[in-house]
Write a new protein. Structure first.
Length: 365
């Protein structure tokens, strides 16, 4: 094929979703996707294989850009940016706020730079979508000086929420103009309240640990419990951090697995208890966010669990029956949707926006 293409990188803690997009005048179109395992030591080979994949999937095309999902943009970034020396320094400075994800993105950016020094790159930030929230929604009840020092609710999964908001505007404009809670339920999970398509509240706060329980992450926790644990013999900041990120959530609750699919087929009572608590916490968060929105017109389930596990959706809706939510759309007073999310599409669109790739000539900057 002829024409221009771009690569997108959507890194998780142990895998990377790759996207290959064709760039047409004014639009991007997905050509191919794949998911690869990635460890820090293997990123050079990941990039080399990705470049070979581009040649195989789009022979004759010209690779003109790479777009990256970067989890944390702090207060520095309110939208996507082209990656230059100053922006890279700012992204690196935010690494302590998202240690699992930020470093993976930085390694990818540097690996692409090493393999293709002239290739323009962009960053799309998960936190940027939530910058529309009020100061009241973003504050903790801590000394005010800490807010000014960056201790605040940032919110995450913003690229997913941005995509869902755009799909609602296209497919259900009346709903999109109202009060919508979106449940992004994957290995990492959070909820977001949309009012007129903009973020007004979210379950994740300062870190990706907050909110509902996840596959291996704890979700919201009494800070007194952390203080207690840190004072116990043999405990340290590192061991507690490892427990909160890797040994808690559905895995910790069940003792079986952090994978909802395995829990649904398990006969262990602990597995059933974990799933029950999971659904209850999700429903409780929906109700809390509806308070901020002043009501609820629609509930959207998305991401791996949200899209593919009706048992989880039904359990959440059961808890919300008092709000008029029912799993059967015909019986529900609140619109209930299951929608596919596409973070890679948002990354591609934002990369074209900031790198000025939407040109009829197709020329890279």
């Amino acid at each position: 094929m002829t024409g221009d293409v771009m690569l997108t990188f959507n890194p998780g803690s142990s895998s990377i979703k790759l996207g290959l997009f064709v760039i047409d005048a004014g639009a991007t179109r997905a050509l191919a996707r794949r998911t690869v395992d990635a460890t820090p030591d293997a990123l050079s080979s990941v990039i080399a294989n990705a470049l070979d994949w581009v040649n195989d999937a789009a022979p004759g095309a010209r690779l003109v850009a790479a777009g990256h999902r970067v989890v944390h943009g702090g207060d520095e970034f309110s939208g996507p940016v082209a990656i230059a020396e100053d922006t890279l320094v700012a992204i690196e400075a935010l690494a302590p706020l998202a240690p699992l994800h930020q470093l993976q993105s930085l390694r990818l950016i540097h690996a692409v730079r090493h393999a293709a020094p002239a290739l323009p790159q962009s960053a799309s930030f998960d936190t940027a979508f939530h910058r529309s929230q009020s100061a009241a929604s973003r504050r903790y009840a801590l000394p005010r000086v800490l807010f000014d020092q960056g201790i605040k609710r940032y919110g995450f999964h913003g690229l997913s929420y941005k995509f869902i908001a755009s799909q609602l505007r296209q497919q259900h404009p009346g709903i999109a103009a109202g009060r919508v809670v979106v449940a992004h339920l994957g290995s990492g999970a959070s909820l977001c309240g949309l009012l007129h398509g903009t973020s007004r509240e979210t379950s994740m706060g300062f870190s990706t640990l907050d909110g509902i329980p996840m596959a291996t992450r704890s979700g919201a926790l009494d800070p007194g419990a952390l203080l207690y644990l840190l004072k116990q013999p043999g405990q340290s900041i590192d061991t507690v951090e490892d427990m909160l990120y890797h040994r808690s959530g559905l895995l910790g609750l069940s003792g079986v697995s952090g994978d909802v699919r395995k829990l649904l087929t398990s006969d262990a009572p602990e597995a059933r208890e974990a799933l029950a608590l999971y659904a209850l916490r999700i429903a409780r968060e929906v109700a809390a966010i509806a308070t901020t929105l002043g009501g609820l017109d629609a509930l959207v389930f998305t991401a791996g669990i949200g899209e593919n596990q009706p048992a989880v959706r039904n359990a959440v809706c059961h808890h919300l029956a008092w709000l008029g939510v029912a799993p059967d759309p015909a019986a529900s007073q609140v619109a209930v949707f299951v929608m596919h999310t596409d973070e890679e599409q948002v990354i591609a669109d934002e990369a074209c926006q900031v790198l000025s790739l939407y040109q009829t000539t197709g020329a890279a900057p």
